[in-house]
Design a protein around this ligand. Structure first.
Ligand SMILES: CC(C)(COP(=O)(O)OP(=O)(O)OC[C@H]1O[C@@H](n2cnc3c(N)ncnc32)[C@H](O)[C@@H]1OP(=O)(O)O)[C@@H](O)C(=O)NCCC(=O)NCCS
Length: 170
C-alpha cells in the first residue's frame, strides 16, 4: 500500500507529493542503477539484492512523480536499528529527500519500539556526514582504516565513523 506524504522543498514553497513504499526485488534494477549513479562507493547489485531479500531488513523507496529517486535499507534488532544504505538520485540531492527517508524510516521503527539508530559512514563522505549531523546524529567512535579508499586504490584505507541518534529527538 502506498502512503502519501506531502513535503516542502527548499527551492520552492510548493508542496510536492512524495510516495514512500517498501523496496522489494521488483525494484532491484532501478535501485542498483540509482546506487551506481549516486554513490562514489556503490554496493553491487548482488549486495543490494541480498540486503533487500533479507526478511529482517526494513527497506523503503521514495518516488517523486512516479520516479524512484531514493531508497533506504536498515537492519533492526531488539531496540535499535542500523542504517545499512541510503541513496538519493544525483539530480534530486539537496532537496530534503535524504532527510525525509531517514525520518520516514524512523517513524516506522518507532512503532516497533526501536529507540536508537546507528550507522557507519566513510570519513570522506562529507555530504552524508553533514546530513547525519543536521538530523542530530552524534559520532560515537571511529573504526580505523576500515574501508578501502576505492576499488582502484585497495591499499589506501579510510576510517569509518560510527554515529548514533536517539529516534525520539527527530
Ligand atoms: C548523502 C545523501 C543521501 C544526502 O541526500 P540529500 O537528499 O541530498 O540530503 P538532504 O537534501 O536531505 O540534506 C539535508 C542536509 O544535509 C546536509 N548536506 C547534504 N548534502 C550535503 C552536501 N553535499 N554538502 C554539504 N551539506 C550537505 C545539509 O545540511 C542539508 O541541508 P541544506 O540542503 O538545507 O543545507 C546523498 O548525497 C547521497 O545519495 N549520497 C551518495 C550515497 C551515500 O553517500 N549514502 C550514505 C552512505 S553512509
Amino acid at each position: 500500500m502506498k502512503l502519501v506524504i506531502t513535503t516542502k522543498t527548499k527551492l520552492t514553497t510548493k508542496h510536492i507529493s512524495t510516495f514512500f513504499k517498501k523496496l522489494t526485488l521488483y525494484e532491484i534494477d532501478t535501485a542498483a542503477q540509482l546506487e551506481q549513479e549516486s554513490s562514489k562507493n556503490p554496493w553491487s547489485k548482488k549486495q543490494l539484492s541480498e540486503s533487500i531479500s533479507n526478511p529482517n531488513n526494513v527497506c523503503y523507496l521514495l518516488e517523486v512523480k512516479s520516479k524512484i529517486i531514493g531508497f533506504i535499507i536498515a537492519m533492526p534488532s531488539v531496540d535499535s536499528a542500523d542504517i545499512l544504505n541510503l541513496a538519493v538520485h544525483k539530480d534530486f540531492k539537496r532537496k530534503g529527500y535524504g532527510s525525509s527517508l531517514i525520518e520516514y524510516l524512523s517513524m516506522n521503527l518507532k512503532k516497533r519500539h526501536i529507540k536508537t539508530l546507528f550507522l557507519e559512514v566513510r570519513q570522506g563522505n562529507f555530504a552524508a556526514i553533514a546530513l547525519y549531523l543536521s538530523l542530530g546524529f552524534e559520532e560515537i567512535s571511529i573504526r580505523k582504516n576500515y574501508y578501502a579508499k576505492n576499488s582502484n586504490q585497495l591499499s589506501i584505507k579510510e576510517d569509518g565513523i560510527i554515529m548514533r541518534l536517539e529516534i525520539s529527538t527527530l
